[in-house]
Design a protein around this ligand. Structure first.
Ligand SMILES: Cc1ncc(COP(=O)(O)O)c(C=O)c1O
Length: 396
């Protein structure tokens, strides 16, 4: 199609408003040969349990092929919902009934639908600043306004958040990633989590607790999930199999009060009817055979090593004046140099064949240029050391 033909289309306001994500654009660049990319948020393919999935698939297609290839219920396969409930109880001390869970096509779909059912165009959602780019896209696609609240090493500044909420009439949601936050790697302290719950309760604003990385802890002590402390049903908890099994499954879930789940069910009927039944059957068998419990420690060991290697290399090669976070888990760390412009540095980094994600991509207003996000889970060990050396030269 030529550009002349494209102008004939009269796109909707939303289509004209949507922006490509910086990360999706970056994935194209990372196809350059010899480029070391700390950009994408990709799990390491070594963490994928290919042998086990092959075994389960072969078994299931024989015994259950007719059901596995059929459409499924919108809320998801009952046996998988039960297995997820059990996992949430054991791992997070989250107790839910069977009406308080729905499976989604990755948590990304959940984010999009939560925006649809809980906010109108021009309503406000509060998030950490910086925050996950996919959430910015999902809310923007619903014409929702996002207000980023600064963070420190304990997470979102809840005093500032409260002040902002007080100033806004149509504040509808608080969105946070409490564990090993994307992009900073910071974990929210217990006090902040409790304060967040108090704010949610006082102003009757639900909290979206997005927790894709909680199971990937490499050091330090677990902090209770916000949902496990929620007595009023104000927390909407999002989980996903993307980082503990494989993102190709496109399988996530939402644990929330019954009313929210019912609305999500209606929204999902309009979006994709149901999530992949093939994925759900395989994931259910993967959990019930105990394979996740066996695999998770291996993933943790692999990523702990990569995190430590990246941190050691940064200690060794990065120049003075550069600061970075030391995450206790997850996949990312956050590098800041006062007065730097990481957008302007990016082409120079590409010349040296190393890539990162510019910090500005993680701010709802794009207005912060001193930082960059590095992923430590995807690259090989030699690449991590070499990539950090190259980046050190670029930053110097
Ligand atoms: C904070 C956060 N939320 C949600 C997602 C979406 O994950 P998925 O749709 O693969 O479950 C990601 C993916 O990187 C993420 O980092």
């Amino acid at each position: 199609m030529t550009s002349d033909q494209q102008t004939l289309m009269k796109f909707s306001d939303i289509a004209m408003y949507m922006q490509p994500s910086a990360i999706r654009r970056l994935l194209k660049v990372t196809e350059t040969p010899d480029l070391i990319s700390f950009g994408g948020g990709l799990p390491n393919p070594e963490s994928f349990p290919i042998k086990e999935i092959k075994e389960i698939f072969n078994e299931l297609i024989e015994t259950n092929g007719k059901k596995m290839l059929q459409y499924g219920a919108t809320e998801g396969l009952t046996s998988l919902n039960l297995a997820i409930s059990k996992m949430l109880k054991e791992r997070e001390n989250i107790v839910i009934s069977k009406d308080e869970l729905i499976q989604t096509t990755g948590s990304q779909e959940a984010l999009y639908m939560i925006g649809k059912i809980l906010a109108n165009p021009n309503d406000y959602v509060f998030s950490e600043a910086p925050t996950y780019t996919g959430t910015i896209s999902a809310f923007k696609a619903n014409f929702i306004k996002m207000i980023g609240i600064n963070m420190d090493n304990d997470g979102i500044d809840t005093n500032l958040l409260e002040k902002e909420i007080r100033n806004k009439k149509n504040a509808k949601l608080i969105y946070v990633i409490p564990n090993f936050q994307n992009p900073t790697g910071i974990t929210m302290s217990l006090d902040r989590r409790k304060h967040l719950l108090e704010i949610a309760s006082e102003y009757s604003i639900p909290i979206v607790e997005d927790d894709p990385y909680g199971a990937l802890r490499y050091s330090g002590k677990k902090v209770p999930s916000i949902k496990s402390m929620d007595k009023e049903g104000l927390v909407i908890y999002l989980g996903t199999f993307s980082k503990i099994l494989a993102p190709g499954f496109r399988l996530g879930y939402v644990a929330a009060n019954k009313e929210v789940i019912e609305k999500l069910n209606l929204a999902k009927q309009a979006v994709d009817l149901a999530s992949s039944t093939i994925s759900q059957y395989i994931a259910e068998a993967y959990l019930s055979k105990g394979y996740l419990d066996r695999q998770l420690p291996k993933i943790i060991e692999l990523y702990r090593h990569k995190r430590d290697l990246m941190l050691e290399s940064m200690d060794k090669y990065f120049p003075k004046g550069v600061e970075w976070t030391r995450p206790e888990g997850g996949m990312f760390l956050w590098v800041t140099k006062k007065g730097a412009n990481t957008d302007a540095l990016f082409p120079k980094a590409l010349e040296k064949k190393v890539a990162y994600v510019v910090g500005s991509a993680f701010y709802p207003d794009g207005d912060n240029h001193e930082s960059m996000r590095l992923n430590f889970t995807y690259s090989g060990d030699n690449e991590i050391v070499e990539g950090i050396k190259r980046l050190a030269e670029v930053i110097s």
